[in-house]
Design a protein around this ligand. Structure first.
Ligand SMILES: [Zn+2]
Length: 312
């Protein structure tokens, strides 16, 4: 009897659910806009459960064929207790014991982790950091996230919240950040701050990141300057990370997928200038490989690896 894994990516915009086989190949998928069901936690959970059952039925798969379910969420998670601390972009999820809730309703093993951790795990096992023992992942978007692979395993920290590269302060003082701190990396390189700067400096009302990137690539000096600052700020933060953790590779994903290679070159140049030469010399900066499915693949990997470890 073939076994399968269910993966869920609970996102602020869309909730996506996949069925993968044990080789991590996606066999079937479904999704729905999170906002349509986010008026309450109960409604959203019911919709998730309904869609999981529908996915099984549509693919003629029995519950007994499910090895487990992995779910990635956009916020901090108590990994051991399977509990969401809170979700910054979805209201009403404080202290949600999501693992227990889903296990009670679905009757198969559930594992929950932060979405960036799961993307990091996927890139480390099958993507841009494959076969690397020490890797750092950085995701750029509205929020700036990070994940760490140390000695071949996800490093989660004491309360399972390690890796918040986006909330490393890069100046003594600076703009206030949503996290409660100030001068965090995210406040300099988060999508909306880059776009606000672009609108002001280019005097353009309608600009998006694709357009800004195109303008920079085709030699517009102002656009290029915005991207140079952006890459320098990332490079400075990563120079600290490189000195601290001595990784082999830094994988950059998220909002940079459309940006030109010059950003990666500039990030690496900054690391070379600002980090200690031994660490800086060996570290590679790579584009994430697995795209939007990284979190879903990571959720399946989490189930597979946790089941292998615990043999349950
Ligand atoms: Zn912050």
């Amino acid at each position: 009897m073939h076994k399968y894994i269910i993966s869920i990516d609970l996102g602020g915009t869309n909730t996506r659910i996949t069925l993968t086989d044990l080789s991590l190949r996606i066999k079937a998928r479904t999704s729905f806009p999170t906002r349509n069901f986010s008026s309450s936690r109960k409604i959203l959970i019911s919709e998730i459960i309904k869609e999981v059952f529908r996915l099984l039925k549509d693919n003629s798969i029995k519950k007994t064929q499910i090895l487990g379910l992995g779910i990635g969420v956009p916020g901090p998670v108590d990994f051991l207790k399977g509990k969401i601390y809170y979700l910054p972009n979805i209201k009403g999820w404080q202290n949600t014991p999501i693992r227990d809730i889903l296990e009670k309703r679905l009757h198969f093993k559930v594992f929950v982790d932060n979405d960036v951790n799961l993307m990091t795990l996927a890139e480390a096992r099958l993507g841009a950091a494959k076969d690397r023992k020490n890797a750092v992942c950085l995701t750029l978007g509205t929020g700036v996230g990070g994940g760490l692979i140390l000695d071949g395993e996800l490093f989660r920290g004491t309360s399972f919240c390690a890796g918040e590269i986006g909330h490393m302060p890069i100046n003594i003082s600076g703009p206030r950040c949503n996290c409660g701190g100030s001068a965090c990396l995210e406040r300099y390189v988060g999508n909306k701050y880059i776009l606000a700067e672009a609108k002001k400096k280019l005097k353009m009302r309608n600009i998006n990141l694709e357009k800004l990137s195109e303008m920079a690539e085709s030699g517009n000096k102002i656009a290029r300057n915005i991207y140079n600052n952006f890459a320098s700020n990332i490079g400075v933060a990563l120079a600290g990370v490189v000195n601290l953790l001595n990784p082999e590779v830094i994988v950059v994903g998220g909002g940079l997928s459309f940006a030109g290679d010059f950003i990666f070159t500039k990030i690496k140049e900054t690391i070379n200038k600002r980090a200690i030469p031994i660490q800086a010399g060996l570290v590679k900066v790579k584009k994430a490989m697995l795209g939007k499915d990284a979190g879903l693949i990571g959720a399946a990997l989490l189930v597979k690896e946790s089941k292998l470890k615990t043999n349950v």
